[in-house]
Design a protein around this ligand. Structure first.
Ligand code: ZN
Length: 249
């Protein structure tokens, strides 16, 4: 009698375990499929360059409101409290040289000090820098080859370019400035951004475009919070997602 009960109990327990394993497998399978689909969605790589931690941090809530993740290409010798907060909120810290050096005008030694040596300072504090933006967008071909030994993606600053996400896994991509001085008014900004984002309509799945600005404020080489919101709205209308560089590497 007891043996029979034990047999039934073991049978039920095994049934439950098998059911849970099947459910877990199904869930993981669903998640992986969803990740692949999401990575294939067309989107925008939005970045903020230089070092404007106060204006950036003030707008973390705005990013969250629209589910937007961004990349901050910072000028720092080592990570600081801003970097910790940004990564905690799901954003990426990319690199932009220690002191915003024009790399085409420095010695090879200075090139190393500005663009490569700080990687170790970040790494020792738990940051893996994988994305690099050239200050002023100035570079020479040999630099790409050298820097790709350390970074996965290098970014310029001169053109709008729809590119395949594969280009972020070991290559150079361009970026387009959306700073205030390029637009006469918010309406003009909305029109121009709409046109740019429409270019992605005719591109293949997985195409992304890289946009950048600097501080979030009213200066020439900045973008106002109002215009950022316009960008987020126009992107949403077109079903475009905001990726960090790292997400596609
Ligand atoms: Zn810069």
């Amino acid at each position: 009698m007891n043996k029979k009960k034990i047999g039934i109990f073991i049978g039920i327990a095994m049934g439950i375990i098998l059911f849970l394993l099947a459910a877990l497998y199904g869930y993981r399978h669903y998640q992986i499929k969803r990740q692949v689909q999401e990575r294939n969605q067309k989107g925008i790589l939005l970045a903020f360059d230089d070092y404007n931690p106060d204006s950036w941090q003030e707008h973390f809530d705005l990013f969250d409101e629209y589910g937007v993740k961004v990349t901050f290409f910072v000028n720092l010798k080592k990570p600081d409290a801003f970097c910790a907060e940004a990564e905690k909120r799901g954003h990426e810290i990319g690199f932009h040289t220690a002191e915003h050096a024009n790399l085409t005008e420095v010695s090879e030694e200075e090139f190393y000090e500005q663009a490569i040596a700080p990687i170790e300072n970040f790494r020792s504090e738990g940051y893996e820098l994988t994305s690099f933006a050239y200050p002023f967008g100035y570079y020479e071909e040999w630099m790409n080859e050298e820097l790709l030994k350390y970074y996965k993606t290098l970014r310029g600053a001169w053109h709008f370019q729809g590119c395949y996400k594969e280009m972020l896994q070991g290559g150079f991509i361009e970026a387009y400035s959306i700073d205030n001085l390029h637009f006469e008014s918010d309406e003009h900004f909305r029109e121009e951004i709409g046109k740019l984002l429409d270019v992605l309509k005719d591109c293949d799945d997985g195409t992304v475009a890289s946009l950048f600005s600097h501080a979030i404020s009213g200066g020439d080489w900045c973008i106002t919070a109002d215009r950022l919101e316009i960008l987020f709205q126009e992107a949403k209308k077109r079903d475009l997602v905001f990726y960090t560089f790292r997400e596609l590497q």
